[in-house]
Design a binder for this molecule. Structure first.
Ligand SMILES: [Zn+2]
Length: 145
């Protein structure tokens, strides 16, 4: 921490010295004032840069936390404690064993997942079963004749 601060100040001082010398050479301005101004300008620029990058980082962290909370709510399930029968919301993962400590009694529980497979049912279109649909079809067939 202190080493990085000292390194940062040293780099800033070197850049301020070079910038001050250039400013002094080009505009014939006072050397010490040029170096001090260059040093202060760098500190202001770094402060603004760090503030903006910190703000962007905070926004990204909040977005990531929101996304993780959404994912957690999609994969979680309400389960009943095997000891006290109280409901607990538990995230379910398929890549590790699912265990939780009950919110009410604090005892450990294990969750076993049983996956079932069924044929997908095809729901009939209700319009084709309605009386009006059949009547309309009969009327259309009469008009054709
Ligand atoms: Zn319990």
């Amino acid at each position: 921490m202190i080493r990085s601060i000292v390194t940062s100040i040293a780099i800033t001082s070197v850049v301020a010295a070079i910038g001050g010398l250039l400013f002094n050479y080009i505009f014939d301005y006072h050397l010490i004032k040029s170096i001090i101004c260059t040093f202060l300008v760098q500190i202001v620029i770094f402060y603004v840069w760090n503030s903006i990058s910190q703000m962007i980082l905070t926004i990204r962290v909040e977005q990531e936390q929101t996304r993780q909370a959404e994912m957690l709510s999609q994969q979680g399930i309400d389960v009943v404690c095997a000891h006290c029968k109280s409901e607990n919301f538990v995230p379910i993962r398929l890549d590790e064993s699912n265990e939780f400590a009950c919110d009410k009694c604090g005892k450990e529980n294990s969750i076993y997942i049983d996956i079932s497979i069924a044929q997908k049912a095809r729901i009939l279109d209700r319009d084709q079963l309605s009386v009006n649909y059949i009547k309309d079809k009969l009327d259309e067939s009469k008009k054709v004749k």
